[in-house]
Write a new protein. Structure first.
Length: 218
């Protein structure tokens, strides 16, 4: 309990700071779902992710069109997801992080994809979106929780008294990373790191954990 409180009270001051760590899911804690499905289905076009295409709406509509062309639906994707395990060390990293600070996973993925992965990660809190699925299993559309959900969520948390620490790997994570008190790239691309040289970029959970602890314990 004392350890957890460090997340809220700065040393040698009466100022109270409440931190929430906001993490991306795919590429940070678990492998990219669409890349795994592209490999499983033999459709290389589906390897395109938000590391490549900043416009998520455009990317998802393109993905759904490809699924329709190949007569693939939710069932086939969920069968692939069932075989996906968290990245090595991800659960241990998340467990340690949650032992001293509040954590929310903010993802552009969908409840129908994320639920089995959350079980493998020990059921952390996740904010994500939902798919529209026909009776025959065809994915006909998607419903985003809110526009620009990662940045919007971080700003909402800040509006109710929290400071945020954010980390992710893709273009769609940059809004929440740049808007946070501290933001870090994690396992990102060389292009994103080159485009944002002022953002600390890490490759291991140990590096990311140490960076988060330095912010929390200031």
């Amino acid at each position: 309990m004392i350890k957890w409180a460090r997340c809220f009270i700065t040393a040698e001051t009466e100022e109270i700071i409440m931190y929430i760590v906001c993490l991306d899911l795919e590429g940070v804690l678990v492998p990219e779902i669409w890349i795994a499905f592209a490999e499983e289905s033999g459709i290389p076009e589906l390897k395109r992710t938000t590391r490549d295409e900043p416009d998520y709406d455009k990317l998802m509509k393109w993905r759904l069109q490809i699924l329709k062309e190949h007569n693939l639906g939710l069932k086939e994707i969920q069968e692939t997801i069932a075989k996906i395990d968290p990245l090595e060390g991800a659960k241990e990293f998340l467990d340690e992080l949650r032992s001293f600070c509040q954590v929310i996973i903010i993802s552009d993925t969908f409840t129908q994809f994320a639920t089995p992965l959350m079980k493998k990660l020990g059921y952390p809190t996740i904010f994500c979106n939902s798919l529209e699925v026909a009776d025959n299993g065809e994915i006909t559309g998607f419903k985003m929780r809110i526009e620009n959900s990662k940045l919007t969520t971080v700003k909402a948390l800040q509006s109710i008294g929290y400071e945020t620490i954010a980390s992710g790997d893709s273009y769609n994570d940059l809004g929440m990373i740049l808007a946070s008190k501290a933001g870090f790239l994690f396992k990102s691309t060389d292009k994103i790191k080159a485009d944002y040289p002022d953002l600390p970029a890490f490759e291991t959970y140990e590096e990311l954990m140490n960076a988060i602890k330095k912010v929390v314990q200031r």
